[in-house]
Design a protein around this ligand. Structure first.
Ligand SMILES: Nc1ncnc2c1ncn2[C@@H]1O[C@H](COP(=O)(O)OP(=O)(O)OP(=O)(O)O)[C@@H](O)[C@H]1O
Length: 258
């Protein structure tokens, strides 16, 4: 089966700094992959390359078998790479459902000149997306009054409006209460499984990583030092060493300290 994402020997060097160095991995349909590593490991640089925001020094990025290396961000997004934001990109004064409608308009390349007809445009599709993230009952509320966890779910619905093949989530649970974190990750896992898409996420919260990722990729100084299921990663001596030499308690401490 063709992987949704295939990264081959991807590198990004800044002068002498090897921010990302010969990173290779694959991501299958239905898979949730966590990308972790200590500060400065290269996670953001890796994400930036996958989103088309930074050109690789060398290597390749393939989406559904198509080489998208070096494509500009907008084209990468059009090709099916979506993302959620740490700070959600919603319009506070608009209603929840209208926020999703704007995401659908953008997906369907409709200009905002269609504004007068906006209230009807893609309303049903938007409601179906809100249903998926458990937000249909809040459709009529202004986004500004939403609780933080609900804003995150709205952000997810807006990312899904684009029908991504690959969803990149940058610290999806940052700033959330523990119970909300688990709920968001479970919700995401269910959607990923149903739609056969794939998720790559960075996360400092180790409960979110070890509780919800199918596979964990550990970066250190730009290189992958481990790639496997959560249990194997937790037990990996090199991973424990990198996380201050103290096993998963140290992993948790690193998470707290950011
Ligand atoms: N534009 C740049 N110019 C020079 N060096 C850079 C640049 N961007 C990143 N780096 C360096 O590349 C390395 C990897 O940084 P990156 O931000 O990708 O790590 P990270 O794992 O995302 O870290 P954090 O968890 O702190 O966000 C670091 O040494 C960083 O200083």
């Amino acid at each position: 089966m063709t992987p949704i994402l295939e990264v081959r020997d991807l590198s990004r060097h800044f002068g002498a700094i090897r921010a990302v160095d010969r990173v290779s991995f694959r991501l299958a349909p239905g898979e949730m992959l966590a990308l972790i590593g200590p500060n400065g490991a290269g996670k953001s640089t890796c994400f930036d390359m996958l989103m088309g925001q930074t050109d690789p020094t060398s290597g390749q990025v393939l989406l559904d078998g198509r080489d998208i290396t070096g494509w500009p961000a907008r084209r990468v997004w059009r090709a099916g790479v979506g993302r959620t934001f740490q700070v959600t990109a919603t319009y506070g004064s608009m209603r929840v459902v209208e926020n999703v409608q704007t995401a659908l308009m953008s997906h369907h390349r409709r200009s905002f000149a269609a504004w007068p007809r906006f209230r009807r445009l893609y309303r049903e599709e938007a409601m179906a997306l809100l249903e998926q993230v458990g937000m249909a009952d809040q459709a009529g509320r202004p986004a500004a009054v939403l609780a933080y966890g609900d804003l995150k779910r709205l952000d997810l619905a807006m990312a899904l409006a684009h029908g991504p093949r690959l969803l990149l989530m940058d610290e999806p649970t940052a700033g959330m209460a523990p119970a909300e974190r688990a709920a968001l990750m479970e919700l995401t896992a269910g959607i990923v499984a149903r739609q056969g898409m794939a998720v790559l996420f960075t996360e400092h919260d180790m409960e979110a990583v070890f509780g919800h990722a199918h596979r964990v990729l550990v970066l250190n100084r730009g290189e992958i030092i481990a790639d496997g299921p959560p249990e194997a990663i937790r037990a990996d001596a090199r991973v424990q060493e990198v996380y201050l030499g103290g096993g998963t308690e140290a992993l948790a401490a690193e998470a707290r300290d950011g």
